[in-house]
Write a protein that binds this ligand. Structure first.
Ligand code: FUB
Length: 326
């Protein structure tokens, strides 16, 4: 299925897509989204309605070209350790190889992160037989830094199970975090040179306000919920993420890939649907936000569509907030 893309319109309409991770490889734009199912499942806070089974990779020669759907790049039936829910993926290129990082529940129902490889950016991808040792929770995003070190960021609350890992091991019913305590942060780990394992134990990222005080769990307009993405601009690392319950994409910056990150502001106002999830990519001289909403299904939370919009910086490096429907 092909169409001419237009800003703020669904990139494709023949399948439901979400959680877009956009990259430029060999001068072409590749989008690694979740592939939402067309099943009628009631929504709950555990995310049981997000029953995705495979990934389709989309590409465009440029933003004025038709979108190509490359078909199934990886199916859960071929991932030995996974049982269900192939959630938001990301891709990376290193060692002459393309890597697809993806979360799924293991056979015990615990979210883990797997990796699959391909010689081409559109796949198909061959999964490693086991999930990445020491991985947990959801929403992997990989940054390859200018010195060629690779970092994986991940973590998501509620259905994403991040609260269950506060002690470093899985606790099925963890105590609630009080609103006046620091919010949980996403996790980061440097990846091994072969990109298939963690080089170190993941560490929690601290997100602080302009005075250096941690963003608190009760500060739902700014606290981390899920969907981390890190890009670099003018020597700063920009960590952007979803605030979940308040439905914003916000960002914080740092001089260090592991933080602490200082909260700066909003990138995207709420979209139609509960979740909001994005990536930020430079294409030529311009910057773009890829995101999703539920407009294609008239608001059904687990039937989403990927869109994009140009992203603008102010002179001081802050990002102008995008209104999705203006
Ligand atoms: O697509 C399933 C989940 O919904 C993702 O992992 C979250 O980021 C949210 O978009």
């Amino acid at each position: 299925m092909e169409r001419i893309p237009k800003q703020k319109e669904p990139l494709v309409t023949h399948i439901y897509t979400a959680d877009p991770s956009a990259h430029v490889y060999d001068g072409k734009i590749y989008i690694y989204p979740s592939h939402d199912t067309d099943l009628d499942i009631p929504s709950n806070d555990n995310g049981d309605q997000y029953m995705m089974e495979d990934y389709h990779i989309l590409s465009m020669n440029d933003l004025n070209s038709p979108v190509v759907d490359h078909g199934i790049a990886l199916h859960i039936d071929n991932v030995p350790w996974a049982s269900k829910q192939m959630w938001a993926p990301d891709a990376a290129f290193k060692n002459n190889t393309y890597y697809l990082y993806f979360p799924a529940r293991d056979k015990d129902g615990i979210f883990r992160i797997g990796v699959a490889t391909s010689k081409t950016p559109s796949g198909p991808f061959t999964p490693q037989p086991e999930y990445i040792k020491g991985s947990f929770s959801i929403d992997p995003a990989v940054l390859i830094d200018d010195d060629n070190k690779a970092y994986i960021y991940f973590g998501g609350l509620w259905g994403g199970q991040l609260e269950k890992w506060q002690t470093g091991t899985y606790v099925p019913e963890p105590p609630e975090i009080a609103p006046d305590k620091p919010a949980l942060g996403p996790r980061v780990a440097e990846l091994s040179d072969d990109m298939l394992s963690f080089k170190e134990a993941p560490q929690e990222i601290s997100i602080v306000d302009e005075n250096g005080n941690p963003i608190l769990a009760g500060d739902e307009e700014r606290r981390y919920f899920e969907g981390p993405w890190v890009h670099k601009y003018n020597g700063y690392y920009y960590l952007s993420y979803s605030t979940g319950t308040t439905h914003y994409i916000v960002y914080a910056i740092s001089k260090n890939p592991k933080g602490p990150f200082v909260y700066k502001g909003r990138i995207l106002e709420p979209v139609i649907g509960w979740t909001t999830h994005h990536s930020i990519v430079q294409i030529g001289e311009k910057w773009y936000l890829f995101y999703h909403d539920c407009s294609l299904s008239n608001g059904i939370n687990h039937k989403r569509c990927v869109k994009y919009a140009e992203l603008f910086y102010n002179d001081d490096g802050t990002i102008k907030t995008i209104e999705p429907y203006k």
